[in-house]
Design a protein around this ligand. Structure first.
Ligand code: SF4
Ligand code: SF4
Length: 180
């Protein structure tokens, strides 16, 4: 019994001498190849050219600062608890007198790491964060030869300082604002 009408009966009769030269099939193949010369190219010249990602694209994480450059993260651990891949680890520390310009609240993340090999870019860490301290940007983790290169430390994740490097800060923030 046939389930669809798409099946084709295989022709098993021996090929003629002319058919065994495959000239007609080669010509058909070349015609298909030539027809692609005149079609719009679906490939792009990466990395010189990049595609525009969807607004909801979730890429590499960024640890956010406030407008004065202070780190937002208070090392509450909610992102690590929400992470289904257990990709986030951190160590909390107390802010010392004189460090008010570095950390927004009394507690901060002395160490913050994300294992990008575990991460599934679900965005739950961003959803869980009550301090607007982490968001997923529109860039993706670059390729690396070693596993250690995929363990992103706090220095890799922190957004540029808004006062020291305002251009880079605005660029990183621009991606976030475009998604909101
Ligand atoms: S995006 Fe998802 S998997 Fe990746 S660190 Fe955040 S919560 Fe974990
Ligand atoms: S990123 Fe947000 S949720 Fe995670 S520890 Fe920092 S403040 Fe808490």
């Amino acid at each position: 019994m046939q389930l669809t009408q798409r099946s084709k009966q295989v022709d098993r009769k021996p090929m003629t001498w002319l058919e065994s030269l495959y000239l007609w099939n080669i010509a058909k193949g070349m015609a298909i190849t030539m027809s692609h010369f005149f079609k719009r190219k679906p490939t792009i010249q990466y990395p010189e050219q990049t595609r525009t990602f969807s607004k909801v694209f979730r890429g590499l994480h960024v640890l956010n600062r406030d407008a004065e450059g202070r780190e937002n993260c208070t090392a509450c651990g909610l992102c690590a608890v929400a992470c289904p891949a257990e990709a986030i680890t951190m160590e909390a520390a107390e802010r010392q007198p004189g460090e008010e310009n570095l950390y927004r609240e009394e507690k901060y993340a002395a160490k913050y790491e994300i294992n990008m090999l575990r991460c599934i870019f679900c965005g739950l860490c961003e959803e869980a964060c009550p301090k607007d301290a982490i968001y997923l940007s529109q860039t993706f983790a670059p390729a690396n030869y070693g596993r250690k290169g995929f363990i992103y430390k706090k220095t890799d994740l922190l957004i540029p300082h808004p006062l020291k490097d305002p251009e880079a800060y605005q660029k990183a923030l621009g991606e976030k604002e475009a998604r909101n």
